[in-house]
Design a protein around this ligand. Structure first.
Ligand code: ATP
Ligand code: MG
Length: 477
């Protein structure tokens, strides 16, 4: 049939339809690129990470022979772009020292001179990192995707380091939008940079999800340690969020706001579980938030789950073998499993899922009460009996005794825990009942995430009195 249709078309019609399909392809391809859907070449990344670095791969402005930056002439529209970029740096409070317009003009002039040279460079490389110097005020990273970022690294007053990555802000040159720039460097003999690849794969497995953090660009370059040694570094560009939910720990102003937040958090974790992954490091600082407006201009809090450094797929050959997470958030029962089993911490997906639910319950508790409450301290004690080599010597009996103590604290804390928050006591009581079931010492007794979401919503409907997401108002500077 298809052939018959083609037969009756004139040659020009065929040409027209070919041209049309070609343009449709270009438009769709462009949209895909603009949507920021990221990908990376795993083989190439492994090759780069496997090589012994012997020189820094970033380049100096002076080595690029792109003319004298002081002599760059900027058109009127580029001058305006430089002004907008400076304003963005100011508006987002990225750096302390004032942005001099002259410096930003040089950065813009330089990028414009660099752009035509990039296709040739990308025949052999997938990114270009140009280091800031006395002339170029900010470092610049250009990726094969065509996106070019201004980096602020240590200059960013908001830069911070987690256990594995260092976060700072960047600005994408074309869109002029701020982004998150994360770098992973090998900190000690145990850190494997290759784990970054597994982490990126988790992002990609959930690239269609609005509840799981996305990345836009990534590559490996060779940097230098403060001692002068060369080291491979993984760089990742992500959507930028306003902060992480550790900002809310002990700063949650209303039970109604807490329910909205908890529902979003639970939905993100449920989405991971539905995709057959467990997170293994659920805690407030691994949820990112930002304020967004819907099409009716109603503001709401957008929450995503981040940091997949410890995440595991149910299909992984090593599933559940390792003991990992953050002390204070690890299921005490998983500690006992780890001691008793040669096979590792979890034998099946369900056990892993229930440990994530425990950690989510602990995160809710911390948001309501700070992290100094007895349940958190006792969970830390249990967890450190495994993590800390000196304490591990106390043996399984010490772990079992510490877990018993956790059980006692759990019993006495719920349902009569004394909430610090003023306001809707009835709703708080309900929230605590739900948390109690999420953190039940016996994993099989724990509430499923579907039930958590349903119960939270039902409790708010019956006992809540506002629909606003109150935490946002408190957070706005
Ligand atoms: N896209 C982003 N937008 C805003 N802030 C971010 C973003 N990504 C990371 N951060 C900040 O950087 C912190 C560290 O990032 P991340 O949790 O990925 O690193 P980590 O080193 O694996 O952390 P951990 O200490 O949990 O091991 C986050 O808790 C958050 O405050
Ligand atoms: Mg983290």
């Amino acid at each position: 049939m298809a052939l018959k249709l083609a037969d009756i078309r004139s040659v020009s019609a065929i040409r027209r339809s070919f041209v049309l399909s070609f343009f449709t392809f270009i438009v769709l391809f462009g949209l895909r690129a603009n949507a920021g859907i990221a990908t990376f070449d795993e083989t190439e990344m492994r090759r780069l990470l496997g090589r012994i670095p012997d020189k820094a791969s970033y380049v100096k402005l002076s080595s690029l022979s792109l003319g004298d930056p002081a002599g760059y002439h900027l058109s009127h529209s580029l001058k305006k772009k430089a002004v907008r970029l400076s304003e963005m740096v100011l508006k987002k409070n990225i750096i302390k020292s004032p942005v001099t317009q002259e410096k930003m003009d040089i950065v813009v002039g330089f990028i414009e001179h660099l752009k035509p040279n990039l296709p040739k460079f990308f025949e052999r490389h997938s990114s270009l990192y140009i280091h800031a110097d006395s002339i170029l005020a900010y470092s610049i990273m250009a990726y094969k995707s065509g996106r070019i970022y201004l980096l602020f690294d240590e200059m960013d007053v908001g830069n911070k380091s987690g256990g594995y990555k260092r976060f700072s802000r960047s600005i994408e040159y074309n869109s002029e939008k701020p982004h998150a720039h994360l770098i992973i460097r090998k900190k000690n003999a145990q850190t494997k940079l290759e784990e970054a690849i597994d982490e990126l794969k988790v992002h990609m497995a959930f690239e269609k999800s609005d509840r799981i953090l996305k990345f836009l660009d990534t590559d490996v370059y060779t940097g230098q340690t403060p001692e002068g040694a060369f080291e491979n570094v993984v760089a990742i560009e992500e959507d930028l969020y306003d902060g992480d939910l550790s900002d809310m720990v002990d700063h949650c102003p209303s039970p109604d706001g807490a329910v909205d937040m908890f529902v979003e958090m639970a939905r993100s974790v449920a989405e991971m579980h539905a995709g057959k992954y467990i997170h293994r490091d659920i805690k407030p600082s691994n949820f990112l938030y930002r304020e967004i407006a819907d099409r009716h201009h109603h503001k709401r809090m957008d929450i995503v789950l981040a940091d997949f450094g410890q995440a595991e797929s149910a299909t992984s050959l090593n599933y559940g073998q390792y003991f990992c997470g953050t002390p204070g958030f690890i299921d005490p029962q998983a500690c006992i499993h780890y001691l008793n089993r040669d096979a590792g911490t979890f034998v099946n997906f369900d056990e892993g899922r229930r440990a994530d639910i425990f950690a989510l319950g602990m995160s809710f508790m911390d948001i309501l009460h700070g992290h100094k409450h007895n349940l958190h301290s006792q969970a830390s004690t249990v967890n450190n009996l495994i993590f800390d080599p000196a304490k591990r010597r106390q043996g399984p009996a010490a772990v079992l005794a510490a877990v018993e103590r956790f059980k006692n604290i759990h019993e006495t804390t719920f349902p009569d825990g004394k909430p610090k928050l003023k306001g809707n006591e009835k709703l708080l009581f309900k929230i605590h009942q739900i948390i109690a079931k999420m953190m039940h010492p016996e994993p099989s007794e724990r509430m499923s995430l579907d039930e958590v979401i349903r119960n939270l919503q039902r409790s708010k409907k019956k006992n809540g009195f506002q629909r606003v997401t109150a935490p946002l108002r408190r957070l706005r500077p």
